[in-house]
Design a protein around this ligand. Structure first.
Ligand code: CO
Length: 172
């Protein structure tokens, strides 16, 4: 019998675990599946479009993205190819209430394993590419604010335009 999913607490920036490199997953068992299920529910409740395991206190290379009703579960993900450049607004569930314009690669290709340990590759453009880079940053102990030259580039959501507020609602 499958146990019910649970919403976990999302840790805010300042928690040391968000600054540590996460560990590779070597066992693709029920506890990993439970973690991924809880991450999906936690991300949806936030609401957000991406979540990394260390954001809920689990220092493993596990992340999840949901964009346009497509769920991507990433275990031990690695960026294998990048091209181009894009600049857009970005927020993070661990930095609520703020957004900033962040320069990212336009396109990325990622190699990862699924919840059963099977290797797969996925390509991303636009927001999906941004989310892939954002979540893999998390798993390496990095936050989007690290890409800013100064914290003055952070915009409070309440002060921002409607468009910015919309982007922030989709925190990653
Ligand atoms: Co984030």
């Amino acid at each position: 019998m499958r146990s019910a999913m649970a919403i976990r607490r999302i840790l805010p920036a300042g928690e040391p675990i968000l600054r540590e490199r996460t560990k590779r997953v070597s066992t693709f068992d029920a506890s990993l599946h439970r973690l991924l299920d809880d991450m999906l529910e936690t991300m949806r409740a936030a609401p957000g479009v991406g979540l990394a395991a260390n954001q809920i206190g689990i220092p493993l290379q596990v992340a999840i993205i949901e964009i346009d009703e497509r769920i991507t579960e990433l275990v031990n993900p690695q960026i294998i190819k990048v091209s181009g450049e894009q600049v857009d607004w970005e927020g993070c569930l661990s930095i609520p209430g703020y957004v900033a314009e962040v320069v990212r690669h336009d396109k990325v290709a990622v190699k990862a394993r699924d919840r059963h340990g099977r290797e797969f590759r996925v390509k991303g453009t636009d927001l999906f590419s941004r989310a892939l880079q954002h979540e893999i940053d998390h798993l390496n102990g990095n936050l989007y604010i690290d890409h800013l030259e100064t914290v003055d580039e952070l915009v409070r959501v309440g002060d921002a335009s409607e468009r910015v507020a919309e982007e922030a609602a989709a925190g990653i």
